[in-house]
Design a protein around this ligand. Structure first.
Ligand code: FAD
Length: 269
């Protein structure tokens, strides 16, 4: 996320409840004093989540979410400063903000935190206080005739948000989505009012192959949104550019994580 400006703030959250969604994912529903100051723009709304370090009662962050917040956060003692990770809003309603966490075998602090989070646990979000904000990357270019989405579990919450948004705003646009999940029981019902949505659930390791072998895609100018493991996203983008003739300006792509590197290591690289 870019350095914050006005329109973003540190927001004090508390876990209200947790829900197991499948073998690999847990939904944490946050409430807390600032939850209604969070204004999601929907779609793939991203934000930074700050979790307390072990031994700390609350997440230690800079006192002010000004333009230099990231430099200030870096100056805090690495042993004490909060764990900072990127997440997506899965859903928001008055008093509640839902975030779906991929648990990924307990290898990272955020996944571990989510696996055991309980009512009352504290967290902070560096979140938007205006729904019209730069943390929404899904932006339909003019002239789009159909939409292609690819995701792994980490980007499934974003795809759910995008599909819901398209159903409300552009229900006539055909949507083709490929979502990679570790287990069949990780599949989710994606609510949409779109008239032509085709979601393909792909087994672990099935992306990008499933997209490469797709033979019937809708006609007309596409817009593609790709997110998930960085290497997989890179391969998919390359395929769309080289083999499918997509216009690079019509592909939004984001590595949500990289195999073998923590988010701290990615930010420091
Ligand atoms: C814009 C954006 C939005 C995101 N939204 C979500 C979201 O809504 N839900 C969500 O679950 N994730 C989301 N992510 C991904 C999430 O930030 C990363 O998976 C993050 O690395 C998790 O932090 P951690 O502390 O658990 O693991 P880290 O400490 O960052 O990593 C530890 C190890 O685990 C590996 N690892 C990290 N994530 C995974 C994974 N999913 N599967 C397998 N191995 C992994 C790393 O390669 C590393 O080796 C998003 C990322 C971005 C950039």
């Amino acid at each position: 996320m870019a350095a914050t400006s006005s329109g973003w703030d540190f927001l004090d959250l508390r876990v209200l409840r947790a829900q197991t969604l499948g073998p690999s994912m847990r939904r944490i529903v946050f409430g807390g004093p600032d939850v209604d100051r969070f204004r999601s723009g929907g779609r793939d709304q991203r934000f930074k989540l700050f979790l307390p370090r072990e031994g700390e009662a609350q997440p230690l962050v800079p006192t002010w979410a000004g333009p230099d917040w990231y430099a200030e956060w870096r100056q805090l003692d690495p042993e004490r400063r909060a764990v900072m990770r990127s997440y997506t809003v899965r859903a928001q309603r008055p008093g509640e903000l839902a975030v779906d966490f991929a648990l990924h075998d307990g290898t990272g602090p955020a996944g571990r935190w989510a696996a055991s989070a309980a009512p009352g646990d504290r967290a902070l979000a560096l979140g938007p206080t205006d729904a019209d904000n730069a943390g929404v990357d899904f932006r339909l270019p003019q002239g789009t005739r159909w939409v292609l989405l690819t995701a792994d579990l980490t980007a499934l919450p974003a795809v759910a948000g995008i599909v819901a948004w398209l159903g409300a705003e552009r229900p006539e646009l055909p949507v083709r989505a490929w979502i990679e999940v570790p287990f069949e029981r990780d599949r989710q019902e994606l609510a949409s009012q779109s008239t032509d949505v085709d979601v393909r659930w792909v087994a672990r390791g099935g992306l990008p192959g499933a997209v490469l072998s797709a033979d019937r895609l809708p006609a007309g100018t596409p817009y593609a949104w790709l997110a998930g493991e960085a290497g997989c996203v890179r391969d998919l983008r390359r395929h769309l550019l080289r083999e499918r003739g997509f216009d690079r300006a019509r592909i939004t792509f984001t590595g949500y994580w990289r195999r073998g590197a923590s988010e701290d290591e990615l930010l420091a690289a």
